[in-house]
Each structure stands twice: as structure tokens, then as C-alpha cells.
Design a protein around this ligand. Structure first.
Ligand SMILES: CC(C)CC(=O)SCCNC(=O)CCNC(=O)[C@H](O)C(C)(C)COP(=O)(O)OP(=O)(O)OC[C@H]1O[C@@H](n2cnc3c(N)ncnc32)[C@H](O)[C@@H]1OP(=O)(O)O
Ligand SMILES: Nc1ncnc2c1ncn2[C@@H]1O[C@H](COP(=O)(O)OP(=O)(O)OP(=O)(O)O)[C@@H](O)[C@H]1O
Ligand SMILES: O=C(O)CCC(=O)C(=O)O
Ligand SMILES: [Fe+2]
Ligand SMILES: [Mg+2]
Length: 325
């Protein structure tokens, strides 16, 4: 392992938490049973029960109910609204519109925006990534030195009739050129009730034990959003679990877990907020010659257009953690 300063991108580019969390046992959550030592995906810091650890080891995800208060979610909703109304902006923030409405007249409200990414410079949103109750769980996967690598607020629009509101089945590690994967975890919180009607997360349990698969654009007639790559050869017989979640519920999942999200058949914009965390012991890897080479090229092209210059990525990187010479 290299030193802790190997991972962050340029100065001010990445939001680095590097908190040393004190593992405080929480009443009712800590198992008095001593945990086996052969777990690969979880650490024993006294937060996860044995059953929770076994579940994550086996399935690659864990839902924890009622993690974020309605009050905090309201703050995130307001901050998002401010960004949509262009009252708030921040360095690095990426605002994305759904491919189905790209050519419609641009109305600067939340109805036009499908997702924002890299909100680390928006304090009211980055607050989510620093919530102690979330970090306490994150530590069970990453260990105590935690970095926030990639942030998103997803505002899945009512489907415009072309099924573009779906997110194809994928592994998030495809977008991340750092390892080891087992020290990376996503926290994803439902900002309202999310079920099959508004496009819940769909996971293929146990797939975190596999390898990173080839990702390509799915051949969808109605179009696909930029960089929404999908896995072509997932096992159609692998059971799928639709994660129905209440407001504030949070799922932690492994970056190799195959997942996607369904079409939003409602008239509302379904909202979720997420952060990918990694251990400060992770290191960037070169992706030349790997399945991630194509996404590196796409990221470099977008960065080049956005900044109006030719950029050389120091390493393959998703929009969240690229940096520029
Ligand atoms: C773990 C995690 C990373 C997993 C994921 O989230 S997977 C999906 C990740 N997706 C992304 O990271 C894409 C992030 N989005 C962006 O970078 C931006 O929204 C862009 C797609 C570059 C658009 O930026 P924007 O500032 O709107 O720039 P422009 O309006 O000048 O558009 C530039 C070119 O992009 C096209 N575009 C914009 N939005 C989309 C879209 N939703 N789907 C497909 N193509 C799109 C747009 O038509 C334009 O194309 P050209 O005129 O250059 O040919
Ligand atoms: N033709 C497809 N190719 C690739 N991925 C798909 C396809 N259809 C759906 N998906 C993705 O696969 C996942 C699971 O699909 P599935 O049909 O089981 O559930 P859903 O579409 O999310 O929910 P529902 O069927 O209840 O609307 C979703 O994340 C969806 O985006
Ligand atoms: O639909 C969502 O909220 C999550 C989509 C997803 O998996 C992602 O952006 O990586
Ligand atoms: Fe994902
Ligand atoms: Mg379906």
C-alpha cells in the first residue's frame, strides 16, 4: 500500500474525509457473538451484527432502515432545487439532462435535470457524505480512513415514453480506476419511498463475488443516456431483487454488485442521494488494455469539451475523480 496522499486528485478536487471514526457500539446492534475471521468484505468494528456481516458477505449489499432524517433530506432537496434554478453553482458540479428531453426547450427547473454529480463543493449536499450514522457503517467496509470519491443526486424523471429513465444493469467499479474494490462502498439513500412504480434499484445478489465485466451501451430503441453503460452478458437466470425502500432508508453496496434501476412510471421525480467511499489505502490503477479503457476515453472526451482544452488524464478516471495536468 502506498501512502495516504496517493489517491486524491488535484488540490480541492476531491472531497477527502479521512476521519478516524471511533467504533462506538450501538445498543441493540452489536452481537455479543465473536465473529469469524474469514470474512472478506466486511470488518468488525462493532457496528454490524454477525447477521448483517453474513448478509453482506453473501449478497454484496445491505439495507439499513431509517438512516437519514426527513429534516436532512429536506435540506438536500432544497439545495438541489437551488442548483436547478441556477441560484447555486459550484466548481466541478456536473448537471445532466435526460437524453429524451435534450432537444426540448430548456426550462431551468428540476424537471429538466435527471442527475447531478460531484457536489462536494456544495456544503448543504456534501453534508450527506459526512453524516456520522452513515460513516459509522461505511467504516465497516472501508476501514477508518475514509474518502468520499463520487457523489450523486439522482432525480429520475417520469419516463418520457422512451424508457430512457432506466439505468441498465452495471457495476459501478467500471467507472472507478482505483482498487482494491473490496475497500470501496456506495451508500445510496432513498429521498422518498421508492418502489417498482418509480424505478427502484434492482440488484443481482452475490454478483460482487465475480469479476468486472465488459460494459457497453445497451441497444435501446429510445436512446441511452451518456455513459449509461450496461453489462451485456449478465446471467438472465440470476435472481433479481427489487429494493423497495422508504424515505431515509439506505443501501450499502459493493462496487462489483450488478445493479440497475427501472423505468419511472409515475408523474413524480424520484430522488435518491449517494456517495461512493473508498479507503485511503486505495490506489489508482492504469486501465490501458482493460475493460475500462473505453470509459476512460469517453471521460477524457467530455472533460476536453467541458474545459475547452486537450486534457490528459493522469489515470483512467470517472468524472468524479479525474484531474488535469
Ligand atoms: C458510479 C456512477 C459513475 C455510475 C453512473 O452514474 S453511470 C452514468 C454516468 N454518466 C455520466 O457521468 C455523465 C455525466 N454527464 C455529463 O458529463 C454531462 O451531463 C454531459 C453528458 C457531458 C452533457 O453536458 P452538458 O453540459 O449538458 O453539455 P452539452 O449540452 O454541451 O452536451 C454535450 C454533448 O452531450 C450530449 N448529451 C447531453 N446530455 C446527454 C445525455 N443525457 N445523453 C446523451 N448525450 C447527451 C449533447 O447532445 C452534446 O452532444 P454533441 O452536440 O457534442 O454531439
Ligand atoms: N432490455 C434490457 N436490457 C438491459 N437491461 C435492462 C433491460 N430491461 C431492463 N433492464 C434493466 O434491468 C434491471 C431489472 O429489470 P426488471 O425488468 O427486472 O425490473 P425493472 O424494469 O427495474 O422493474 P419493473 O419490471 O418492475 O418495471 C433494471 O435495472 C433495468 O434498467
Ligand atoms: O437509479 C439510481 O438511482 C442509481 C443508478 C445507478 O446505479 C448509478 O448511477 O450508478
Ligand atoms: Fe450504479
Ligand atoms: Mg422491467
Amino acid at each position: 500500500m502506498q501512502s495516504h496522499d496517493t489517491l486524491p486528485g488535484g488540490p480541492g478536487r476531491l472531497a477527502v474525509l479521512q476521519r478516524h471514526l471511533v467504533a462506538v457500539p450501538v445498543s441493540g446492534q452489536v452481537s455479543s457473538v465473536s465473529h469469524p475471521t474469514d470474512f472478506q468484505y466486511t470488518l468488525d468494528n462493532g457496528v454490524l451484527s454477525l447477521a448483517q456481516r453474513q448478509f453482506y458477505e453473501e449478497n454484496g449489499f445491505l439495507v439499513v432502515k431509517n438512516m437519514v432524517t426527513a429534516g436532512d433530506l429536506e435540506i438536500y432537496r432544497k439545495a438541489f432545487e437551488g442548483i436547478c434554478k441556477k441560484e447555486v453553482s459550484a466548481p466541478g458540479l456536473v448537471v445532466m439532462r435526460d437524453v429524451a428531453i435534450l432537444n426540448s426547450e430548456y426550462v431551468p427547473d428540476q424537471k429538466a435535470i435527471t442527475k447531478i454529480q460531484d457536489f462536494q463543493e456544495v456544503p448543504d449536499l456534501f453534508n450527506y457524505c459526512t453524516l456520522p450514522q452513515i460513516l459509522k457503517y461505511v467504516e465497516c467496509f472501508t476501514g477508518p480512513n475514509i474518502m468520499a470519491m463520487h457523489t450523486m443526486l439522482i432525480n429520475k424523471p417520469p419516463d418520457a415514453g422512451k424508457k430512457t429513465s432506466r439505468h441498465p444493469l452495471h457495476q459501478d467499479l467500471h467507472y472507478f480506476p482505483f482498487r482494491p474494490a473490496d475497500l470501496v462502498v456506495c451508500a445510496w439513500t432513498a429521498m422518498e419511498r421508492i418502489d417498482r412504480s418509480n424505478g427502484c434499484l434492482v440488484v443481482l445478489p452475490g454478483t460482487h463475488k465475480g469479476t468486472l465485466k465488459q460494459h457497453d451501451y445497451p441497444e435501446w430503441e429510445g436512446g441511452v443516456n451518456k455513459m449509461y453503460h450496461g453489462i451485456r452478458d449478465f446471467d438472465p437466470n440470476n435472481p433479481r431483487v427489487h429494493l423497495v425502500m422508504e424515505k431515509g432508508d439506505t443501501v450499502f453496496f459493493h462496487p462489483l454488485l450488478i445493479h440497475g434501476s427501472g423505468m419511472n412510471r409515475t408523474a413524480g421525480f424520484r430522488k435518491a442521494i449517494s456517495c461512493h467511499y473508498a479507503s485511503a489505502d486505495c490506489n489508482y490503477i492504469p486501465v490501458k488494455g482493460t475493460t475500462q479503457e473505453g470509459i476512460e476515453k469517453e471521460v477524457a472526451e467530455i472533460a476536453g469539451k467541458r474545459f475547452g482544452i486537450n486534457v490528459e488524464l493522469k489515470t483512467a478516471a470517472p468524472s468524479s475523480c479525474l484531474w488535469i495536468d
